[in-house]
Design a protein around this ligand. Structure first.
Ligand SMILES: [Zn+2]
Length: 148
């Protein structure tokens, strides 16, 4: 008795389609990153939602920024840099991608984001950022999860 055709020849087209579908479904969905920030001076924030979620990643890329009026970390949309940050009333929040706030020597990359059709590519390093409270380059970020 000959074995069924399925086990003899190359993968039948229907199986190949199923395999491709499974691989596509298995790739991670585009999700933003939650990060914690901490400085030895005691300043800290928890679970800041960075980048974009499934519904808004084409128009929104949230990134930590320093608010000079409230001396706090806030979020700004890198895809709409002129929009005022509601968390920074009376001031212009400066994103941590700015060379004056970014680390001289970045630690390991905590998380990164690309919006290819907008030419945007950003990375958040683990430490060396300017602290909004004490002003020293001792603010560090750590991964705290994903959101979508
Ligand atoms: Zn500090």
């Amino acid at each position: 008795m000959t074995p069924p055709a399925l086990f003899r020849g190359p993968l039948p087209p229907s199986m190949a389609v199923l395999l491709v579908a499974l691989l596509v479904l298995a790739t991670p969905v585009l999700a933003g990153t939650l990060v914690n920030a901490r400085c030895p001076c005691g300043y800290h924030t928890q679970r800041m939602p960075l980048f974009g979620g499934r519904a808004n990643f084409r128009t929104v890329c949230l990134f930590p920024a320093l608010c000079p009026t409230s001396h706090a970390l806030v979020l700004v949309n890198l895809l709409d840099p002129e929009a005022p940050s509601p968390q920074c009333p009376g001031g212009k929040a400066l994103p941590y991608t700015d060379p004056s706030l970014a680390p001289q020597v970045g630690g390991p990359v905590v998380t990164s984001w690309n919006v290819r059709d907008r030419g945007l590519s950003v990375q958040l390093f683990s430490h060396g950022y300017r602290c909004p409270r004490c002003g020293r380059p001792t603010l560090s970020f750590s991964f705290a999860g994903n959101w979508d």
